[in-house]
Design a protein around this ligand. Structure first.
Ligand SMILES: NC(=O)c1ccc[n+]([C@@H]2O[C@H](COP(=O)([O-])OP(=O)(O)OC[C@H]3O[C@@H](n4cnc5c(N)ncnc54)[C@H](OP(=O)(O)O)[C@@H]3O)[C@@H](O)[C@H]2O)c1
Length: 272
């Protein structure tokens, strides 16, 4: 990818606020945009991209967990393309695992869509190493894994496994939904680099060779989050953040609809 290695997250933005945020992101220089059918913001993103050259952008979208049967994947992608007003998306990911639908079935559909040039790359979101190993048995090339990753949590086992299989990681909630800005460890590092704690968090992700996907509706934050390419964290600083993040826990959503598949996905100790 020739784009700067940061993407723009669009959850939970919708409507005119989303359109304006994406326009601000594009003006700032972001060329990678993350969305999903579940976000209900394709139309708002399409409006923001009117007049832009499609091939300058890398658009990521995700199919929801109850739409991962073979035929449903085609329908979801058709809806996605229509709403985004494009002929293809760059990366198409499963949004959450669903153990009631064999992953091979979903990946087979995605592979066919790839052959039809309607999607460029295939990925999975919210998986553990165990899920990913299972998915790889389908022999469909996986380019991306999108997971929760921020200075309060990272899955080092999954990072190492992905590295070994040339799979790239996208980090969702890279700012821990804004929590990073008050963190003493990041504040200390921010002071010494004359940067903000958010920029330290994003830089930490970047230096792990992962793609941060910060979301924001605030122009100043959108610009600040992009301004991370003129400094580096020392190996000792990386280690310090790693040491804390590895002890962290995934954010667990308590939506009922996930419970059937989360038992596979989330260890009981991660519940909070
Ligand atoms: N695959 C998945 O299941 C999944 C799950 C969640 C999210 N995602 C993707 O990942 C993206 C990012 O995750 P997220 O939006 O949940 O969390 P996030 O990016 O960690 O945090 C977003 C929050 O941080 C604030 N913020 C942004 N930049 C800031 C800055 N420089 N200083 C202070 N506060 C700042 C934003 O407020 P303002 O709007 O005021 O800036 C917003 O409240 C989403 O937009 C979505 O595209 C994927």
């Amino acid at each position: 990818m020739k784009e700067k290695k940061i993407g723009f997250g669009t959850y939970p933005l919708r409507g005119p606020i989303c359109t304006q945020a994406v326009k601000d992101a594009v003006q700032t220089g972001y060329r990678i945009i993350d969305t999903a059918t579940r976000y209900c913001n394709f139309d708002a993103i399409a409006k923001a991209l009117v007049g832009q050259t499609r091939s300058d952008f890398y658009i990521i979208s995700k199919v929801w967990s109850d739409k991962q049967h073979y035929g449903d994947v085609f329908k979801d992608l058709e809806f996605t393309l229509n709403e985004l007003q494009t002929n293809y998306i760059d990366a198409y990911l499963t949004h959450w695992p669903n153990h009631k639908i064999p992953i091979e079935e979903t990946l087979l559909a995605m592979r066919e869509l790839q052959d039809q040039k309607k999607i460029r790359h295939i990925g999975l979101s919210n998986v553990t190493t165990r899920h990913l190993k299972k998915a790889l048995l389908a022999k469909v090339p996986i380019t991306w894994v999108q997971i929760e990753m921020h200075p309060f949590f990272f899955d080092r086992e999954l990072l190492l496994f992905c590295k070994g299989h040339s799979i790239q990681i996208q980090a969702w909630a890279p700012l821990a939904r804004g929590l990073v800005k008050e963190d003493p460890l990041l504040l200390r590092m921010a002071k010494s680099h004359k940067k903000s704690p958010s920029q330290i968090a994003l830089r930490w992700i970047l230096q792990h060779n992962c793609l941060p996907l910060p979301g924001s509706k605030t122009k100043q934050h959108i610009e600040e989050n992009f301004d991370i390419f003129d400094f580096s964290l020392a190996p000792s600083e990386m280690d310090e953040i790693d040491a804390r993040a590895i002890l962290g826990q995934r954010r667990r959503y308590d939506w009922d609809e996930f419970d059937f598949s989360f038992e596979d996905c989330w260890p009981k100790s991660a519940e909070y």
